[in-house]
Ligand binder design. Structure first.
Ligand code: ATP
Ligand code: MG
Length: 225
């Protein structure tokens, strides 16, 4: 296997839109950070065109995968490499290479393709929040042109997105109704009085504080203890 010497699309977008690489003299002293809404607003037209171009290429490559019934499963901008070549007109020619098919599968189902697109849009929203609309819209312009059954797939993607939003809302409401102090007291009472444990175990000691602070916690204890 050959290592491709190319940055990920994530790195490419972050560098292109970082404050250090903007041409405004007021931002030259600021260190490079993640993109912000202000940066998006101040993006010059040339950069916007590049972003539209590369997001379109991303849409195109995913359309080609879906036309071959390949579901990538983890369509993030970190799983795309981008090669840049200058063509004769000194314009940028980009080519994208998909990597990380570890959780991919082969499927002809509209639902699977729609979920693949949903993962892509959520990933862009979380990694490139300020550029979400620009990138996702440009992705879909190209995807719709090139994907077979694009209309059906995109309609299903919209359904999947609605399902995702409803689920998120339910989750938040559920969390709001849960009185964590009450749960904690019941938990403690149960352990101390009913079963006779006096002291929380190591995993409980580590987990109790973040749980009471309302944080989501995944704790992995040593098995067999
Ligand atoms: N520059 C590259 N050239 C060729 N193949 C690569 C390159 N980078 C990664 N890969 C391949 O893609 C696979 C996944 O790499 P990747 O960097 O996406 O790791 P990861 O653990 O999935 O990280 P992440 O969670 O950020 O996606 C690697 O196992 C490797 O085979
Ligand atoms: Mg990866």
């Amino acid at each position: 296997m050959e290592k491709i010497e190319a940055p990920s699309l994530n790195q490419f977008i972050t560098e292109l839109t970082s404050t250090n690489s903007t041409q405004s003299s007021t931002t030259t002293t600021t260190t490079a950070t993640a993109t912000t809404i202000e940066e998006n607003n101040s993006l010059n037209n040339e950069k916007k065109q590049i972003l539209i171009q590369v997001a379109g290429l991303f849409g195109s490559i995913v359309a080609q995968l879906h036309n071959s019934c390949i579901i990538h499963g983890d369509l993030t901008t970190s799983n795309v490499l981008i090669e840049t070549k200058n063509n004769d007109e000194k314009k940028n020619d980009f080519s994208l290479i998909m990597i990380d098919f570890g959780i991919g599968c082969v499927s002809t189902m509209i639902e699977d393709k729609a979920v693949d697109l949903y993962v892509m849009s959520r990933a862009i929203a979380s990694t490139h929040a300020a550029l979400e609309n620009l990138l996702v819209d440009a992705f879909f312009v190209q995807y719709k042109k090139e994907a077979q059954n694009a209309k059906e797939i995109v309609a299903r993607y919209e359904e999947v997105t609605l399902r995702g939003r409803k689920k998120g809302k339910q989750k938040k409401e559920g969390r709001g109704n849960c009185n964590i102090d009450e749960v904690f007291l019941i938990f403690f009472f149960f352990f101390q009085k009913k079963i006779g444990f006096e002291k929380p175990s190591a995993i409980q000691q580590r987990a109790i504080i973040p749980i009471t602070k309302g944080r989501d916690v995944i704790a992995q204890a040593q098995s067999g203890t």
